[in-house]
Design a protein. Structure first.
Length: 192
């Protein structure tokens, strides 16, 4: 009986250890040169927030989330093969980035903030010259990000990008891949 219990505990611990290593700071930190190569000259790194590597789309290959600044997100989308998306404003009813990128925030410090997401491909993962998919997320008012698991209503667990949103109430929100696109979901009060 005791041997069965110890065996069961070893199996559970073995399953949990890889789960704790799911999200980590990106091993080779994406710099401005990498960002410009993948997303164009109008984008640059946001050194105040670290990039995070994790499997965001559940395909077993490492992806990356890069906090950045981008002066004109729509300009280089065609040449650099990325999709500009606005899950934040989509949640509230108007998510067309052709319209919402024209919105201006009152706080100039948060004006050009974006999240760059690269879904990895092959052995090079997100570092590949031609990654699987690239996304530029606009209008997410983040101050800090983390990648953690999110339990959805259907009792499905997915990796999500949690952010503490800038503003007076410091809401926490999550952006997650639903298998087809990134979705926004308010989570509650601050992660601090």
């Amino acid at each position: 009986m005791r041997a069965c219990f110890l065996c069961l505990m070893a199996i559970i611990l073995g399953a949990l250890l890889p789960a704790q290593e799911a999200a980590k700071p990106a091993a080779s930190v994406p710099d401005d040169q990498f960002i410009r190569k993948q997303f164009g000259a109008s984008c640059s790194e946001n050194p105040a927030v670290a990039a995070i590597a994790a499997d965001l789309n559940g395909d077993g290959i490492e992806d990356v989330v890069i906090p950045a600044r981008c002066k004109d997100p729509m300009m280089d989308a065609g040449d650099n093969h990325y999709l500009v998306i606005d899950p934040y404003n989509s949640f509230y009813g108007l998510g067309d980035p052709k319209i919402t990128t024209q919105f201006s925030t009152a706080d100039p410090e948060h004006r050009d903030l974006v999240l760059l997401i690269i879904h990895g491909e092959g052995a090079q993962a997100w570092r590949a010259d031609a990654p699987k998919e690239k996304f530029l997320i606009v209008n997410l008012p983040y101050k800090q990000i983390q990648v953690k698991r999110l339990l959805l209503k259907k009792k499905k667990v997915v990796m999500a990008i949690y952010s503490i949103e800038s503003g007076q109430d410091q809401m926490t929100s999550a952006i997650f891949w639903d298998g087809k696109k990134y979705k926004y979901q308010p989570v509650g009060s601050s992660m601090q």
